[in-house]
Design a binder for this molecule. Structure first.
Ligand code: BES
Ligand code: MN
Length: 455
């Protein structure tokens, strides 16, 4: 039996052990955005470090950043004439609210049928465990054919801001020939996918202040501009009827989709029906001159992620609220930059906010848009691995989500990423009942084993 086949056999025999690993790390509620979970973040980092040590990685360190720590580990014994693969992962997850919509507790990984449920099972603790499992399978059979570096962060779900500083500070340590990044999913269980583009992001918080306190709506309604109304008037003006964004200068640096790219996108199975099925909406929305997949991956957007104002409890309260708040984020495409879009928003508010309220705009976090090189040796190795395991070539797509590290690695250390992963569109990532499709995950582990051998 070839060494690759031995590693695959090892992975097949050790499924339950790998799943136990995933259960253990899902049980740690490492939500990066909430300060209450800081100690859980540290525990998750320690779990990752001890897993790397068990694997036989050297120089395993939990390295401080201005944010959550980075877990680093390496194995460089393949030698100088062998390539070095960096494996990227994030151990943080998104919040779990609304909790009552979960059928099982979010931090207990529970298997039902072909799926394992729990926050982070798909995005992306399951993908990190898949990488660890593939490497373990190789180490315990023929041995690793490449050098390895692990870069595991805890700040991805909030924009990886401090990771950028970290990478700039540790350029030498992070030198590698390619970065395997399994944080981008697949189109469906039978369509292995390599992602070659990600959107960027700027996440803002807009606050509108009116009267100095909540007022009696009968005594003052009609004389005071209601902040809840003012904020929705401003928000309503941020798109025109077509779904085009109206902030001045917003589209100035948008890189146009080439004719070839538009042709390729039109061939993908992610058609209108796909989006209707995935979302449950009665009809789609957005710029009519672009097809849905272009709108979610090649065009920038502006979304209201949350709105808060006034009385929202049970029953009624006749009140004119003192303030209103909206969380607003824009997904960006090359060559837009987060800061230029922040300035567009400021300009829009300066031009359109009425004088009877005060406004305040904050930049919470950002991530850069990325296009990766699909001709790179890493992509070829992954593509061949998919052909071996799935019996077909992968699809190439651009994705609407953001992963901060991809541009940071390109810009600061010149490392290209192979973006892939074994999560599915129906995995409920960032939503209640997040899950991982186990048959796809198992094939994913095998594909990763082949990737390391091919590279
Ligand atoms: N894994 C996702 C991004 C993703 C999803 C890429 C599907 C490709 C396919 C990642 O964990 C994520 O959700 N990122 C955040 C980052 C943001 C807060 C800067 C996102 O896109 O909302
Ligand atoms: Mn995510």
């Amino acid at each position: 039996m070839s060494t690759v086949q031995q590693a695959v056999e090892y992975a097949r025999k050790n499924q339950d052990k790998f799943l136990d690993d995933l259960k253990a790390i899902v049980a740690i509620p490492s939500i990066s955005t909430t300060p209450e979970n800081k100690s859980d973040m540290d525990r998750a980092a320690e779990w990752m470090a001890s897993r790397l040590r068990n694997l036989g990685m050297n120089n395993v360190q939990i390295m401080p950043t201005g944010g959550p720590p980075v877990v680093y580990g390496e194995w460089l014994d393949a030698g100088k004439n062998r390539p070095t693969v960096m494996v990227y992962g994030h151990y943080d997850v998104q919040p779990v609210d609304p909790l009552d919509l979960w059928d099982t507790p979010p931090f207990e990984a529970i298997t039902r049928g072909d799926n394992m449920f729990g926050r982070g099972t798909s995005d992306m603790k399951g993908q990190v465990v898949a990488s660890l499992s593939a490497v373990e399978s190789i180490i315990n059979t023929g041995g690793l054919p490449v050098n390895l570096k692990w870069l595991l962060e805890g700040e991805e779900e909030i924009g990886s801001e401090h990771l950028g500083e970290f990478i700039q500070k540790h350029k030498e340590l992070l030198k590698a020939d390619v970065c395997l990044n399994p944080d981008a999913g697949m189109i469906s269980a039978d369509l292995p996918t390599i992602t070659y583009g990600l959107r960027g992001l700027i996440y803002m918080e807009l606050r509108i202040y009116g009267p100095s306190r909540d007022l009696h709506s009968g005594l003052f309604g009609g004389t005071v501009h209601n902040p809840a109304q003012a904020i929705i008037e401003l928000i309503a003006g941020m798109h025109d009827k077509n779904g085009t964004i109206t902030l001045p200068g917003f589209y100035a640096n948008v890189r146009k989709l080439s004719d070839q790219e538009r042709k390729d996108m039109a061939q993908l199975p992610t058609n209108e029906k796909f989006f209707l099925e995935q979302t449950g909406v009665p009809a789609l929305w957005g710029e009519p001159e672009f097809i849905p997949i272009e709108r979610t991956s090649g065009r920038p957007t502006l979304e209201v992620n949350g709105l808060l104002s006034g009385f929202t409890g049970e029953g009624s309260k006749t009140v004119l609220p003192a303030w209103a708040m909206a969380k607003i984020s824009c997904r960006l495409v090359p060559d837009q930059t987060p800061m230029e879009i922040f300035k567009c928003m400021q300009a829009y508010l300066e031009a359109n906010a009425p004088r009877d309220i005060r406004w305040e705009l904050k930049n919470l976090h950002t991530a850069g848009a990325a296009i990766t090189d699909i001709k790179s040796a890493g992509v070829q190795a992954m593509s061949k691995a998919f052909e071996t395991v799935w019996g077909k070539r992968p699809l190439f797509k651009r994705e609407g989500g953001s992963i901060g590290v991809v541009v940071q690695l390109q810009e600061y250390v010149g490392v290209e990423s192979v973006l892939t992963g074994f999560g599915l569109p129906e995995d409920n990532v960032h939503s209640p009942n997040e899950k991982l499709h186990l048959p796809t995950w198992r094939r994913g582990i095998e594909a990763l084993i082949h990737f390391f051998h091919n590279f």
